[in-house]
Design a protein around this ligand. Sequence first.
Ligand SMILES: Cc1ncc(COP(=O)(O)O)c(C=O)c1O
Length: 230
Amino acid sequence: MTPGSGLSPNVHHLETSATIAISQEAKRRKAAGEDVIDLGAGEPDFPTPALPSDAGVRAIREGKTHYPANEGILELRAAAAKHLSLLSGGRPVNADNIVVSNGSKQSLFNVCFTLFGPGDVVAIPAPAWVSYPQIVYLSRARPVLVPGEPEWSLKVSVRDLDRVVPGARGLILCSPCNPTGAVYTQAEIKAIARTVGAGGEREGPTGRAPRPRSSICRTTCSSASWSSTG
Ligand SMILES: Cc1ncc(COP(=O)(O)O)c(C=O)c1O
């Protein structure tokens, strides 16, 4: 989008999705008879399993088609809290801190829009999922890509973050990472969280009151694992 397009500055930085562009190109070449492996947009190649499909149909038949609470159905949030607690070795997880949305992309947008604004810099370890910089731009903040270390599975360290974006307002860390598949260990994530969270109150962008620096939001998605991306 360009400033002359008549659209709001909110979308001036937005670019066409690179993954969709690759998939379209792959389709075009396949149609032309080329032998192509499409590594663009990825989604499961199996049908949606019966468990979520049947539950969805049952819920509609039972009339669960009206407005739920904005933060999600309480029973679902409680079940998610229980699951996350089991995954973290029994550490209590409070359902009050869980929001169910209609997708990870939506959640990431909500988080960025709520926490970032003009003048903020947000660090994104690269290579990264193509939507991250776009979502940061939509919150009017500036994404800065931090190249991962090739000899370290393309992960970034505390040192890389400090070197490339000292004082970044936020960090979007993906583990297991799309597209590299790299997984950060618990110790690595803790070290990064300590560094990003350190610093206490930081000055807000010009004209705004200082804002506390440390908020950790975790987004988890189930669309791909349950083949329900649509
Ligand atoms: C890292 C990452 N986060 C989020 C998403 C999108 O999740 P959802 O379909 O739940 O919006 C994708 C989809 O490719 C992804 O790769």
